[in-house]
Design a protein around this ligand. Sequence first.
Ligand code: MLT
Length: 264
Amino acid sequence: MRVNLDGRVLAYDDTGTDDPPVVLLHGFPFNRRIWDRQAEAISPRFRVIRPDLRGHGDSPPGPGPSRMEDLAGEVVRLLDHLGVGPAVIGGLSMGGYVALAFYRLFPARARALVLADTRAGADTPEGRNARHEMVALVREEGAHAVADKLLPKMLSPRASAALKDALRTLMASTSVEGVAGALLGMAERADSTDLLPRIECPTLIVVGAEDAITPPAESEAMAKRISRSRLVVIESAGHVSSLEQPEAFNRALEEFLLAEVGPR
Ligand code: MLT
């Protein structure tokens, strides 16, 4: 489905029925298809809303950086359009940065949070430089070059060739301006560490035991600062734990949702 939010087109899937809705925000440079296995697993009990964030999947890029606050604002406008009140806001990696920005801006709209393979801190100066180098790479060589560069860190070394190929194809399908905008937006994102003790809703933190991009230590640090959090480490999974070990990820997600939020 697609919606035009005052001139900005956002593509999304909306499946399942029961409240409270669960919003799943993909990472970079992915799209909503990354959540297929989760939507399939929890849609019988929960309504699942999955947008393509600006510049990813079927949502066109905007001008300039895709700031995390702007992406969070588009998510809340999508929820307004759908008539959805407080929802579970979940995100993987960049989706987690957007989920934290969402909580900072619209805390009353978050019934619970799911922070998967993500971190609260901002980029280091070296990290920012690496983002700018990648912006140059995507503009010179295209999204497939970025996909080739990122792929070795996305999954655990034991991931199947078929899974690696599928993820490379998905990443390479993102538009050049979508990739560049997200990189620039992530480079200038705020440090959310101070927000963590102010998070009052139940929060599930999930991380692949072999996540090389946002290692488990980042998740442990977030779990210590968020009072109503539970931490689940997924064995035999790298950065995209939801894709690499969907059964274990879905079990953690469903147990959390049933224990903390419903269905009503
Ligand atoms: C992601 O998976 O969204 C990215 O690895 C996040 C990042 O580059 O910081």
